[in-house]
Design a protein around this ligand. Structure first.
Ligand code: NAD
Length: 436
């Protein structure tokens, strides 16, 4: 009866496209509908519009076979399942935007057919699914509505779609069964919840991750303010100690989901979600902290500062809500000049990392992309590496005055030399030079 099994609206997005490819790869007939013409053109050409492990190879395999594209909404009516994977940003007051989703569903009404299954995949504010179900029924649509949240980590979508359990919730029992069967094409592990439980489960998962990052950052701030290298403490507390294995490393924590979803919970709790709010203060405050510390240590107004990594996380090309851009904005007020670089994000004004390192007195490793591992950064540059990618320790800012360090090295060299000489060791003189 239907031409397609699944239509994914927002099907060229970071959530929609990997899901479409995964369904198509399992043999379902999938149509992706998206309003972004550039992305549609790329997908038609078998090119991924963004980095996502293993996706391009599979896209090339399924395009024009089990996967087709549409830039008009008519194919919605030709599909048994309609997956909604459009973006759901918070508004400029950091509040959830229910009207945006309601407006989208109003536009959807002319294309819906009786007994179709609409699956909300976008992250939504608690209560949205049931409100939309009432709206659909009130408008005479006989469509079934489900909410099945996406819980993948960007970059790992394809493998996680097949390995993570899928949470399924729906507004009626039949829909729960039919939609569970659809997702069994990808994973056998289905967890059924009521819609509002599922909406909260998704938001709790993201807020949990965001709070984990904030405790890591708070520990770093405490140790750093005491003049200590936090990397040594982090190693000690996570080394073979099972109860701290989930403690992430400190560093910029942002992106399009974690802050937004924490703020949705804040709104849901009438602004009583104090752990969430505190996490926002700590994570969003980290770039300001870095700038203030740099300012206290060096004459920033006469320094060129370079930012390595503009994506919101390592090895990603997603720049949405990246704290690197916040850092750039803060530095533009304080520093002589700011240079930026990223191997995956493109901007006309970005420079090569080697150029950046050569031109800047102060370098901040904002996003620890693998490409930066072998980048040579001279010892005389002030390097702020909260991730400790370069193994020089996590001190912000690092001491520019190395005289104390040289004194210490000199004393150590004398001790080593004396001890070896007393034992008649022939490499005593050589060891003294090395110790320095
Ligand atoms: N990115 C993630 O890792 C992730 C993970 C879990 C959940 N989510 C949630 O999934 C949703 C989508 O996020 P995303 O990262 O994929 O966003 P995205 O911006 O990459 O994708 C959204 C896509 O929807 C398209 N679109 C927007 N309005 C449309 C419309 N009216 N009709 C057709 N297409 C339309 C856009 O052109 C875009 O291609 C959000 O609610 C987000 O919170 C994202």
């Amino acid at each position: 009866m239907y031409r397609f099994d699944v239509c994914v609206i927002g099907g060229c997005g970071r959530v929609g496209l990997p899901l479409s490819i995964a369904f198509a790869d399992r043999g379902l007939k999938v149509v992706v509908y998206d309003t972004d013409k550039d992305r549609i053109d790329k997908v038609r050409a078998g090119t991924m519009p963004f980095r996502e492990e293993g996706c391009e190879e599979k896209l090339r395999r399924v395009i024009y076979r089990t996967l087709t594209t549409a830039d008009s909404p008519h194919s919605i009516s030709e599909s048994q399942f309609v997956v909604v994977a459009i973006g759901t940003p918070i508004d400029s007051h950091l509040n959830p935007d229910f009207c945006g989703m309601l407006g989208f569903f109003k536009g959807l009404l002319p294309y819906l057919t009786p007994d179709q299954y609409v699956i909300l995949r976008s992250t939504v504010y608690p209560g949205t699914t049931e409100k939309l179900d009432r709206f659909l029924k009130g408008s005479g649509a006989r469509t079934h509505l489900a909410f099945c949240p996406e819980r993948i980590a960007e970059g790992k979508a394809l493998s996680e779609l097949m390995t993570l359990p899928q949470i399924v919730s729906a507004c009626d029992e039949e829909c729960t069964q039919v939609v569970s069967d659809l997702f069994r094409v990808l994973t056998q592990d289905i967890v059924v919840l009521q819609p509002m439980e599922a909406e909260l489960a998704k938001l709790f998962s993201n807020a949990w991750r965001y709070i984990q990052f904030s405790i890591a950052n708070q520990f770093f701030l405490l140790a750093n303010d005491a003049g200590l290298d936090y990397s040594r403490i982090h190693h000690a507390i996570t080394h073979k100690y099972p109860r701290t294995q989930g403690l992430p490393k400190p560093g910029f924590a942002a992106g399009p989901c974690l802050l937004k979803d924490t703020m949705q919970l804040a709104a849901f709790s009438n602004n009583d979600f104090f752990l969430g709010h505190t996490a926002v203060l700590v994570n969003e405050g980290l770039p300001n902290y870095v700038v203030q510390k740099m300012k206290a240590e060096t004459d920033l107004a006469n320094r060129n500062v370079g930012i390595l990594g503009m994506a919101f996380k390592a090895n990603s090309d997603d720049e949405r809500d990246s704290l690197s851009f916040k850092l750039k904005a803060l530095l533009e007020v304080e520093a002589k000049k700011v240079y930026c670089s990223d191997p995956h994000v493109r901007r006309d004004y970005f420079v090569d990392p080697e150029q950046l390192v050569a031109m800047c007195d102060v370098i901040v490793l904002a996003t620890p992309h693998d490409e930066y591992r072998n980048l040579h950064i001279a010892e005389d540059r002030m390097l702020i590496d909260i991730w400790n990618l370069y193994g020089r320790g996590v001190i912000c800012p690092p001491r520019t005055d190395t005289s104390t360090r040289s004194d210490y090295r000199g004393i150590m060299a004398e001790i080593v030399h004396g001890a070896l000489k007393a034992r008649g060791n022939p490499i005593a003189d050589e060891a003294k030079v090395l110790a320095r």
